[in-house]
Design a protein around this ligand. Sequence first.
Ligand SMILES: *Cc1c(COP(=O)(O)O)cnc(C)c1O
Length: 244
Amino acid sequence: METIGARLAAVRARVAGAARAAGRDPGEVRLLLAVKAQPVAAVLEALAAGADLLGHNRAQELVATGPALAAPGVPAHEMHFIGHLQSNKVAQVLTWATCVQSVDSERLAARLDRAAARRAEEGGPGRLDVLVQVNTSGEETKSGAPPASAVDLAIAVADLPRLRLRGLMTIGAHTPDAGRVRASFDRLAELRSAVAAAGGPVGATELSMGMSGDLETAVAAGATIVRVGTAVFGHRAPAGQGTR
Ligand SMILES: *Cc1c(COP(=O)(O)O)cnc(C)c1O
């Protein structure tokens, strides 16, 4: 059985290879580990192996594992929230995450802005990094703002005083058709340019796209953050089966 450290190294090699193949500097692409449904022990193993950016897509898990991952001796790392965020979970998520990658409506952005203001009043960080999530594939099951309204949403988000727009996020088309997957990533890159052209902040440069199955395509299309779960942690063990 391969260790998490070995699989992490293999994924890093894939990312670096894809970057070089695209004529990019591998240092331009950060690897975020999607840690959904992983036991804390597995996450600690990944941190010990050098992971420094994690993402949770479920608020409940983020909150449940937050204290263990903030304990003394745990290697420093950043935690992003990458999933659908219900409004009643916003304050809790801000306790543990430094960036919310899944902003898909002005309503959610306004709630995050208010929660970030409260967090600042309580002595926390003054601003919250956010990415606007775009549904570039048009698949109905996917969250994210429609591409047609993504630029307006990004500009509105950037205008909120407590939010700092860092870029855009998407989940690639779920299809074996590599051309369609690539098209969804190209769409996100085009939207980033459109946000800049519409007067978006200069720091809004991130493109969070690509997962275990399509990270090479995403890196070729300009990804600056790839979000990987399965390729490092394996498939989620059924309840009661213990760890892999
Ligand atoms: C789980 C998840 C990933 C990672 O997907 P894998 O296919 O397991 O690599 C990336 N992004 C989001 C939003 C996720 O929920």
